[in-house]
Design a protein around this ligand. Sequence first.
Ligand code: HEM
Length: 155
Amino acid sequence: MTDEELKEKIKEVLGEMGVWSGHREMTIDEIATIQPGLARIMPEVGQRTWKLYYAAKESHWELANFQWKEITELMELGAFTRPKHEEALHQFLAEDWPALGKAIKDKDFAAFEAAFHHAIEQANAYHELKEKPYIRWQLPNQPPPDLDLKPRGKK
Ligand code: HEM
């Protein structure tokens, strides 16, 4: 058996090896299969984008920065689990996302708002490019009800 064949055999055996999840036994291949793709990641991106906007509007820059970073990480996760979207996600993160990060750092809502609307236009252009023209994210008119978006102590 060559080294290459041995490697393949080990991969095959490991992939089929059962591990206990606490609820049932799963093989490593099954665990890999259930890692989240964009259908599971993007709705969370949408929720956090909503929070991001209204946190910035309330000058709650710490929370805005947190949401901005979490969205970045979710997109990195999507780029990893779905390589076919890696290039587009990285392009968005490189070209359209940094201006929001800078506006948050500068605590500049006017700059944030312009960069935000531009990034959303771009995101929806990517949805079209990815053959999902029916997915157009829009900013809700109201702030999300589940988080206090004002910095602590601010009425
Ligand atoms: C801040 C920017 C973005 C927001 C707010 C956003 C929001 C969303 C939302 C809410 C959905 C799910 C719609 C639903 O099923 O209810 C979605 C789906 C999707 N988005 Fe985004 N998106 C953004 C950026 C991007 C970018 C840069 C890409 C580039 C690859 C992308 C690719 C996709 C794809 C492929 C789906 C369909 C996933 C599926 O169900 O298979 N999105 N997006």
